[in-house]
Design a protein around this ligand. Sequence first.
Ligand code: PLP
Length: 392
Amino acid sequence: MSDPKTSVRRTPWPESVSRPVATPLQPSVVYASHSPDALDAQYERRTEGYTYAREGHPNAAVLAQKIDALEGAEGGLVTASGMASVTAVMLGLCRAGDHVVAGDQLYGRSLRMLAEDLPRLGVETTLADPTDPDAIAAAMRPETRMVLLEVVSNPTLRVCDIDAVAAIAARHGALLVIDNTFTTPRAFKPFAHGADIVIHSVTKMLAGHSDATLGYVAARDPELRGPIRDFAVTAGLTASPFDCWLAERGLHSFELRYDRAESNAATLADHIATLPGVTGVLYPQRPDHPDHATARRLLGSRGGHMVTFGIEGGRVAANALVEAAENIPFAPTLGDIGTTLSHPATSSHRALTPEARAALGIGEGTFRVSVGVEPAELLCAEFATAIAASQG
Ligand SMILES: *Cc1c(COP(=O)(O)O)cnc(C)c1O
């Protein structure tokens, strides 16, 4: 079968009447067609086929279909990162003169795009408190193109009343864009609550193993899908086959991982609340959470896999806690299979002044836990030890 004259030429793939069970990895950048006529037919979508990986490839298509099924979406697009999806939506759909309303506690890079990049390109932006529908309504203008929100905020886990905001956006003819990364389709289905566009950082819980950086975006209206996809392909925001392959593998266990992490989070939140030196615990399903009623209405019995708590003793105690929690990576991400710990004052919210952090309820003693799938008793014991150590 192989060409005897040179090893440069590709060897044909072996024939097999059986097919692989696992999804094949297809890293090819480019696809060969039979003839110019055949290529024409492909470009005109009379036949299905890939041409060039930036335009699309099978591993991205398989992953997109899987997330589409979870979100109840069609025609979703996988991108190179969560931020690539945010960018594709903003720059694919907005033009100079448009206005964007967004939550004031979004993911840091989303906030940066709203504060720096969109205004530089002639798109005005207004940030408002996502838990106050009146504040969102007051921010709307006739030229508001879209409203960008996360359902549960970082790190204080405030819950946005998406139903109320969806009604406001619809009344103004603006698109409602939901970044569903924190909640995941297991806890919340934005399209069932009036969202027009759903975004994910697939990097987090969906892929779930901290080894692939990816995003996803889906639009309910097929007319919006073309501009988003075209901008993503033109700007090179599309995803690597290997990352897609890893994420698709991770997704097989998504529901199991999510359910276990969520039940661990509920247990851990209640446990941490009993420990000396703890100033407070934030978890949406706890009755003492400020948005408990909204969480019950929107998320049902789901509380998510994130827990935030505060300890006495400021930075000194925070350093001691991290050092004592030696088996829990202190890392500024979330959604890993294992539990990770982050300290917003030195990571996600470090750009804010201490006063601005305090206004959000973030101090030197504030920690955010992305709870993993370890045994719950182990987590409770490790946090009890680390918090005790932090209190001297
Ligand atoms: C991580 C994250 C993003 C950005 O995703 P990347 O894959 O890191 O680009 C956007 N939104 C939320 C809520 C996130 O947690």
